[in-house]
Write a protein that binds this ligand. Structure first.
Ligand SMILES: *Cc1c(COP(=O)(O)O)cnc(C)c1O
Length: 443
């Protein structure tokens, strides 16, 4: 793949001036950066005119395709009306409409919305709110957190306290206040004759054993409902969420559902928690909520949490300031995204798309001798590669790109989390090019 001299110069400028995330920059000596010029639907187009099917929704954010005219037009109208106003002491229509619509989607169980711009901040806001809640209740000792083995809730210093990915955490360990990890209900751990629900029950028993001893110093349990994304699309039975909800009730510990990755229809229902028939005390949204257009994150919580802060005393109020809180453009993008969910009955349409996706991947890689645990939860599909060579994930990424496909494995786990708008032909393309990239990166 040869770039024009102009584009080669552009890439050199980019590597000199831009420090890329989640990247060892030296690896770009071998692996070229891809300069993207534009997007359209599920496709990205680079400056040399090559195209790539965006099989991971640009890090799980883009739900309805790139350059979506419905979201774009809503934003253009908002741009000419109000781009931003501070949310302390002021309010505006997009933030009120969005808060009301999200409350309605939770059946008004979570009727209060607090805003920030990135997922890690939403995590930190929920952690702060939980601890401050208990403090306002006269229980300042309840200030520690429990998360699941392999959890990912963001990478700021506060969020790392509940993120269990060694690579992201080890170098900063001295900065981070450690929490407790309890066993993950990972369905792959089922012994012969055991079901995913059995694994969930064992994991819940371990959670209970921890809470029996530590309820007095624990503020909250934080989970990624149904799918632990960043640790490799670990999927588990909704029974775990039901049991965890009941245990949190019994031991007076908040349940924080981090739906930053799994919310917004990704797992088959608008909120993943709906599949367990539970509501958490805090629910976090980001990534897909703005359709992949603008940074936005939201913490939804209950009347009872809200009421614990409602007081004449400023210090009992929730004190967290962020310049762009409730930005009207980001809220407008989210409203346009929710409009698409309602107008196109996206949850129902996704059932069919997800079934088709599963069929295509079972045909393409299901009988490959090195493919293990082919698994799916709605519009997330993943499999593990046994006996993968060293450097597999980077090699696969490059082989996929050379086949017009953007997929970026996590270790030896290949996954797709595509935009919801894939056509049948695009699904077949995704599965067959994935199979070819797999073959090429094992050879
Ligand atoms: C991506 C992610 C986050 C962090 O969101 P950022 O916007 O990247 O800070 C938190 N939790 C989960 C489950 C995520 O997938």
């Amino acid at each position: 793949m040869q770039s024009s001299p102009h584009n080669t110069r552009f890439l050199r400028r980019s590597l000199a001036a831009v420090w890329h995330p989640c990247t060892q920059m030296k690896h770009h000596e071998q692996l070229p950066l891809i300069p993207i010029a534009r997007g359209e639907g599920a496709w990205l187009f680079d400056m040399d005119g090559r195209r790539y099917l965006d099989g991971i929704s640009s890090w799980w954010v883009n739900l309805f395709g790139h350059a979506n005219p419905r979201i774009g037009n809503a934003l253009k109208a908002q741009l000419d009306t109000l781009e931003h106003v501070m949310l302390a002491g002021f309010t505006h229509e997009p933030v009120v409409d969005l808060s009301e619509r999200l409350a309605a989607l939770t059946g008004h169980h979570l009727g209060h919305a607090f805003y920030a711009s990135d997922g890690a901040s939403a995590t930190e806001i929920a952690l702060k709110m939980s601890v401050h809640f208990w403090r306002n209740q006269g229980k300042p000792g309840k200030n520690r957190f429990v998360s699941l083995a392999g959890s990912y809730h963001g990478e700021t210093v506060g969020a790392l306290a509940v993120t269990d990915v060694a690579l992201f955490r080890d170098a900063y360990a001295d900065l981070v206040r450690g929490g407790t990890c309890v066993p993950s209900p990972d369905a792959r751990l089922a012994a012969a004759g055991e079901s995913a629900a059995d694994v969930a029950r064992h994991a819940a028993a371990a959670l209970e054993a921890h809470l029996q001893v530590h309820a007095d110093d624990t503020a909250a349990l934080i989970v990624e409902p149904l799918v632990q994304g960043a640790s490799g699309m670990v999927m588990y039975d909704p029974e775990y969420l039901r049991l965890a909800r009941a245990l949190c009730e019994r031991y007076e510990v908040h349940l924080i559902a981090d739906e930053i990755a799994v919310g917004c229809g990704r797992t088959g229902s608008f909120f993943a928690c709906e599949q367990a028939g539970i509501w958490p005390d805090f629910l976090l949204l980001s990534k897909g909520i703005s359709g992949g257009y603008l940074p936005l994150s939201i913490v939804l919580t209950t009347d009872s949490v809200f009421a614990a802060f409602y007081d004449d005393d400023t210090a009992r109020g929730f004190l967290h300031s962020h310049s762009y809180t409730g930005n009207p453009l980001a809220c407008r993008a989210a409203l346009a995204t929710l409009d698409i969910f309602a107008q196109d009955d996206v949850i129902a349409a996704n059932l069919r798309t997800a079934a088709r996706l599963g069929d295509a991947f079972r045909r393409a890689v299901g009988s490959h001798p090195q493919v293990r645990h082919l698994r799916q939860q709605g519009m997330i599909l993943a499999f593990d590669v046994a006996d993968a060579p060293v450097g597999f994930s980077r090699r696969f990424f490059a082989e996929a790109l050379s086949r017009e496909l953007l997929l970026r494995p996590i270790g030896n786990t290949v996954y797709t989390m595509p935009p919801y708008i894939l056509s049948d032909d695009e699904i077949d393309f995704l599965a067959s090019r994935c199979a070819a990239a797999l073959e090429a990166s094992l050879g």
